[in-house]
Design a protein. Structure first.
Length: 158
C-alpha cells in the first residue's frame, strides 16, 4: 500500500501484469520440478564439498522471488506466491534429504542407523504428502494455463 501511494509505482499499474509477479502468482508443475532439481543440485554441491555458493544460488532462485512477491497487499497475489514458497521449500527439502541418505550420510552406530532410517522415511513421507496436497493447486493452475493457451490459439486461428 505504501508503494502504491508513493511515486515509485504508477497509480494505474496493475502489479499482476508485471511478468515477474505473474510468474510467481501462477505456479505450475514446472515450478515443482525446478525446486526438486535445485534441491538435488544443492545437496550434490554439499556432498562433493564444492562450496556453499551453489546452495545460496539455489535458495535465491527457488525461494527469494516468490517470498518477495508474497509480501504484496493484494490477497490473491500474496496467497499464490506463498503457496509457491511453500511448495519450493518442501521440494528442496525432500530432494536434499533423499540425496543425503542415498549418498551415505548416516550415523556411525548400527542402532542409530535404524532410528535414522525410520526418521528419514517418515519425514520424506510427510513432505511428499504435503507436496501432493499443494500440488492440487499447481495442477489447477497448470490446467487453467493450458486451457487459456488453447483458447488463445483458437481465437488467433479464427
Amino acid at each position: 500500500m505504501l508503494l502504491k501511494e508513493s511515486i515509485l509505482l504508477l497509480p494505474v499499474l496493475d502489479i499482476r501484469e508485471i511478468s515477474q509477479i505473474a510468474e510467481r502468482t501462477s505456479p505450475n508443475f514446472l515450478s515443482l520440478f525446478l525446486a526438486l532439481g535445485l534441491g538435488i543440485a544443492g545437496a550434490i554441491s554439499i556432498i562433493r564439498n564444492a562450496g556453499s555458493a551453489f546452495v545460496g544460488v539455489a535458495i535465491a532462485i527457488a525461494l527469494v522471488p516468490p517470498a518477495a512477491t508474497s509480501g504484496w497487499v493484494l490477497p490473491l497475489v500474496a496467497v499464490a506466491a506463498a503457496v509457491l514458497v511453500l511448495v519450493n521449500l518442501l521440494a528442496v527439502n525432500v530432494s536434499a534429504l533423499i540425496m543425503f541418505w542415498v549418498s551415505g550420510f548416516r550415523p556411525v552406530e548400527k542402532e542409530a542407523v535404524v532410528h535414522a532410517r525410520s526418521s528419514v522415511i517418515s519425514h520424506v513421507a510427510l513432505l511428499v504428502i504435503a507436496i501432493a496436497s499443494l500440488s492440487v493447486a499447481l495442477g489447477l493452475v497448470t490446467y487453467s494455463s493450458f486451457q487459456t493457451i488453447l483458447v488463445e490459439q483458437e481465437i488467433n486461428g479464427e
